[in-house]
Design a protein around this ligand. Structure first.
Ligand code: SF4
Ligand code: SF4
Ligand code: FES
Length: 573
C-alpha cells in the first residue's frame, strides 16, 4: 500500500512495510549509513542514519525504523547534522589518524563521511586504541586500531560465509572484533574468502600485499619474471582503472604487463581448460564405474579449506584436480622452465586473480615441489592496478600484444568458470562432446544459470542422465544437505564460496553493488556467446599442450603435476 509522507517539507510516496531509509532512497534522498548492508536485517548499531521525526523526542535510525503514514521527517536539519558529525568525531577520537599510510586511503567510508560532514579539526580527544597488527594470515591483514565496530565483517562471515571466524570480544571500552579466543588469524577457522574485507568500511581489514616482493623481483635481472592472469582480472582491471572494457582488452593488458617488466605473460584460462578437461575425465570414469557418490569440484580454494575444516568426511569425494591457478603455475615451473632452459627456482611466478583465498592456496604444502612453490606471489586485481599506476603506464596509448605460448589461449568455457555454475556447465559440455561428438545446446543449462543458492539440472549424455547440482555461496549447502537427505543423487556438485562466483571475488574493486556483480556475470556469458571456441578440446593452446608438449616431456607426461591431495585440518572453533 502506498501513502504520502512529508520529508523536508515536501511530499513523497512511501510504501507500507518499508523502512524510512528505503522510502528516502527511492525518492532520491541520500543519507549516510555505516553499519547497514543491503539485504541484511538492520542492527541500528552505528546511528549514522538518524533523522528527525516530528513528535519523537529522540532521533530515529532510518535504516531500522518502518515508515508510517503520519510521519514528517527532517533528514538534514541542524540537529541531525550535529548528531551525525558527533558520531564521526567520536569514531575519529581514538582513531590512529594515519590516513596517508592506510590501505584504504581515498577509498575509506569513514574518511568520506568526515569529508562530507565537513570535519576539519579534532574536537573530541580520547586515548588512541593500542595498535594491533595481525599479519599472521597469508591472505588478510587485520589492523584493529582502525576498526569502528560496525560489525559488518562479523555478520558477513557468519550469515553469508557461515565460517563464523570473527566475533565481538570483551565489553565496553575493551570491545573489539577478533578471531576465536582472540588468537591470531592463522589459528582461526577463516577460509580466506576475503568477503569480510570487501565489506569493511575502513582499513581495519585488507588483503595481505605482495607488491613489495613483486617489485623487488622485477628488479632482479637474473630472474625470469612471469605473470598469469585469469579472465576476471581483465574485466576487474578495466573497472579498477576506470577504463571502458572492450573486447580485446586482454591484449592491452598483455602489453601493460610487459612494459612493467614481466618477461612472459600467460593466461590462467589455459590452466582452466586443463582443469575442465581433467575433471571431465574424472567424472567420466566415475560414471563408467557407477560411483554412488558425487564428485565435488575443488577449484574454489576457500571451499576446499571449508571442507577440510568443517566437513572432512567429504574429502574423498573432492576432485583432486588442482585449481586453474596452480595448474598454470606448475606448467610454468616445469614446461616453461624447460623451454627457457632455466631452473624452476630461477623463475619468479606471479598470479593475478580476483580471489583472496588463492594467496593462501599458493602456500599450501601440496602446491610445492622440492620446497619450490609453483606460484610465488598472488596479487589481487586491486594490487595489480596499484602496480600499473606505480609504473606510470599510459593505458590509453599502448599497442595490443598477444599473450605468450604455451598458455596464450583459452576456450570460452574457461571464462565460464568465473561465474557460479559455470565450471559445472563447462565440465558437462566437455563430457557431452567427449561422448556424443557434438556440443550440447546451451539452453539445456538454463537452470544452472538462473539465480538461487542451490540449482540443479540433468543432462542426457550417452543414454545416461548426468545429474548436477550447483551451490552458489556456502549458505546454499543447507539446501544441498536437504536434497541429499531426501534421497536425491548427483554425479557432479560445484560449490563456490563467494555468492555469484569469482565475479564477486574479494580481490576485485571494493563495494560492488548487486547490479555491478550481475554486469560482470553478463560479460562472462556474452564472451561465451560471441567467442568461437567454446570447449577446451577445441582451444589450440590446450590441444598443443595435450597432443604435443605433454607427450614430448617425459617428466610430466603422466599429468601427475595436475593433481594434489587434501587433508583434514584442525582449527580452533
Ligand atoms: S576471510 Fe571469509 S572466512 Fe575469513 S574471516 Fe573473512 S569472511 Fe570469514
Ligand atoms: S573490522 Fe571493519 S567491518 Fe569489521 S567491525 Fe571493524 S570496521 Fe567494521
Ligand atoms: S546505518 Fe543505520 S544504524 Fe547504522
Amino acid at each position: 500500500m502506498l501513502f504520502t509522507i512529508q520529508v523536508n517539507n515536501k511530499k513523497i510516496r512511501a510504501e507500507k512495510g518499508e523502512t524510512i531509509l528505503s522510502a528516502l532512497n527511492r525518492n532520491g534522498i541520500i543519507i549516510p549509513t555505516l553499519c547497514r548492508m543491503k539485504e541484511f536485517t538492520p542492527t541500528g548499531a552505528c546511528r549514522m542514519c538518524v533523522v528527525e521525526v516530528e513528535g519523537r523526542d529522540r532521533l530515529v535510525t532510518a535504516c531500522s525504523q518502518p515508515v508510517e503514514e503520519w510521519m514528517k521527517i527532517k533528514t538534514h536539519s541542524p540537529r541531525v547534522i550535529t548528531a551525525r558529525k558527533t558520531i564521526v568525531e567520536l569514531l575519529l577520537s581514538n582513531h590512529p589518524d594515519d590516513c596517508l599510510y592506510c590501505d584504504r586511503n581515498l577509498n575509506c567510508e569513514l574518511q568520506r563521511l568526515a569529508e562530507e560532514l565537513n570535519i576539519r579539526e579534532r574536537r573530541i580527544r580520547a586515548r588512541k586504541i593500542k595498535p594491533r597488527l595481525d599479519q599472521s594470515s597469508p591472505s588478510i591483514v587485520r589492523e584493529l586500531s582502525k576498526c569502528i565496530l560496525c560489525g559488518r565483517c562479523v555478520r558477513v562471515c557468519e550469515e553469508v560465509i557461515t565460517a563464523t571466524s570473527l566475533d565481538f570480544i570483551n565489553k565496553g571500552r575493551e570491545t573489539h572484533v577478533g578471531a576465536t579466543m582472540d588468537k591470531d588469524f592463522n589459528f582461526s577457522s577463516c577460509i580466506h574468502c576475503g568477503q569480510c574485507v570487501l565489506v569493511c568500511p575502513t582499513g581495519a581489514l585488507h588483503e595481505k600485499h605482495y607488491l613489495a616482493e613483486v617489485q623487488e623481483y622485477l628488479n632482479k635481472p637474473e630472474m625470469v619474471k612471469v605473470i598469469q592472469y585469469s579472465s576476471m582480472v581483465v574485466y576487474g582491471i578495466a573497472e579498477e582503472l576506470g577504463l571502458r572494457y572492450t573486447k580485446g582488452f586482454d591484449k592491452t593488458l598483455n602489453a601493460i604487463l610487459r612494459k612493467i617488466g614481466f618477461d612472459k605473460v600467460f593466461k590462467t584460462g589455459t590452466g582452466t581448460d586443463v582443469c575442465i578437461t581433467e575433471i571431465t575425465g574424472q567424472l567420466s570414469e566415475r560414471i563408467e564405474n557407477k560411483a554412488d557418490k558425487p564428485l565435488y569440484i575443488s577449484a574454489c580454494p576457500a571451499w576446499v579449506k571449508y571442507v577440510e575444516q568443517f566437513i572432512p568426511s567429504l574429502i574423498p569425494e573432492l576432485s583432486t584436480v588442482k585449481s586453474p591457478q596452480q595448474i598454470t603455475g606448475v606448467l610454468i615451473k616445469t614446461l616453461v622452465a624447460g623451454q627457457l632452459g632455466v631452473k624452476p627456482e630461477e623463475i619468479f611466478s606471479v598470479s593475478a586473480t580476483p580471489c583472496m583465498a588463492m594467496k593462501f592456496e599458493a602456500r599450501r604444502d601440496g602446491m610445492m615441489r622440492k620446497g619450490i612453490s609453483d606460484v610465488d606471489s598472488v596479487l589481487t586485481v586491486r594490487e595489480l592496478a596499484r602496480l600499473i599506476r606505480l609504473y606510470g603506464i599510459d593505458t590509453s596509448n599502448i599497442e595490443e600484444e598477444p599473450a605468450d605460448e604455451p598458455m596464450a589461449g583459452r576456450s570460452s568455457a574457461a571464462i565460464m568458470a568465473e561465474v557460479s555454475g559455470g565450471l559445472a556447465e563447462s565440465v558437462l559440455r566437455s563430457l557431452h562432446f567427449m561422448k556424443m561428438k557434438k556440443e550440447p545446446d546451451k539452453q539445456l543449462f538454463k537452470k544452472l544459470r538462473s539465480g538461487g543458492l542451490f540449482r540443479e539440472t540433468s543432462l542426457q549424455i550417452d543414454e545416461k542422465d548426468v545429474r548436477v547440482a550447483v551451490v552458489d555461496g556456502l549458505t546454499g549447502l543447507e539446501k544441498l544437505k536437504i536434497s541429499l537427505a531426501s534421497g536425491k543423487k548427483y554425479d557432479l556438485i560445484e560449490v563456490m564460496t563467494c555468492p555469484g562466483g569469482c565475479v564477486h571475488g574479494a580481490g576485485l574493486p571494493f563495494s560492488p553493488s548487486k547490479d555491478e556483480i550481475k554486469s560482470r556475470a553478463k560479460l562472462v556469458y556474452q564472451s561465451d556467446d560471441t567467442e568461437a571456441i567454446n570447449l577446451p578440446c577445441k582451444s589450440p593452446s590446450c590441444i598443443n599442450l595435450y597432443e604435443k608438449l605433454l607427450k614430448d616431456n617425459s617428466d610430466i607426461a603422466d599429468k601427475k603435476i595436475f593433481y594434489t591431495h587434501f587433508e583434514k585440518r584442525n582449527v580452533l572453533l
